[in-house]
Design a binder for this molecule. Structure first.
Ligand code: ADP
Length: 199
């Protein structure tokens, strides 16, 4: 056989074959914002909605990554960078499998999010800024972390004694103060639908 001809079963299946199989285009939706801003709540609501519409999705957040893949990583700036580097590499693998990733991570600095964008690729990375004022996140205090940070029991907490740099040009911004959860989910859904749908 001619050595230049490689039958398709000789190599891994490509992304487009997997996207065809799943009847979707894969993207990585990157939710950034303060702790308690609503990233996970919106990502989880969106997962259900997309799934009910026939899309195949993976949600990545602190809960399912810091317990396993990243269980040896803390919250120093260096560690946050390594945390996000691994998440971005994993997301890229999911995207290469045709799967849509919904990632909710504080990812507090422009440099950290730029690193994620570089790893994942400009075409696949969709930055969604869940913009909720600090005082509201603090009021919600879903996990009691703000109280601990204010009491000095938790060092380097984003928004309290560690910076959050808002995205300068997010693909989408959600001002959750003026939205219900359902409205927030619907907004992201409407925004991404044309990007994940095969034409
Ligand atoms: P994060 O993932 O950003 O740390 P969570 O999603 O865990 O935040 O927590 C956000 C909290 O805020 C949830 O308890 C959620 O019910 C509440 N919440 C109230 N209004 C909204 C809204 N419009 N969008 C998202 N979350 C909201």
């Amino acid at each position: 056989m001619d050595n230049n001809i490689h039958p398709i079963f000789d190599r891994l299946l490509g992304r487009s074959e997997k996207e065809n199989y799943l009847n979707q285009k894969s993207k990585v939706l990157w939710f950034t914002g303060l702790s308690g801003s609503g990233k996970s709540t919106i990502a989880q609501g969106l997962e259900k909605l997309l799934f009910s519409e026939g899309y195949f999705i993976q949600v990545l957040d602190g809960d399912n990554t810091r317990t396993g893949l990243n269980n040896n990583i803390g919250f120093s700036l260096e560690d946050r960078q390594e945390n996000i580097r691994r998440i971005a590499e994993v997301s890229k693998l999911f995207a290469d499998s045709g799967i849509i990733c919904l990632n909710s991570f504080v990812s507090p600095t422009i440099a950290i999010r730029n690193m994620a964008r570089t790893i994942i690729g400009d075409d696949d990375f969709i930055e969604i800024y869940v913009n909720t004022p600090l005082h509201i996140c603090e009021q919600r205090d879903v996990k009691g972390l703000y109280a601990k940070a204010r009491a000095g029991e938790l060092k380097g907490f984003t928004g309290i004694d560690s910076p959050f740099e808002p995205p300068q040009q997010p693909d989408l911004e959600l001002l959750t103060e003026n939205l219900t959860v359902e409205e927030g989910v619907r907004k992201v859904f409407n925004f991404v639908l044309p990007k994940i749908t095969r034409t």
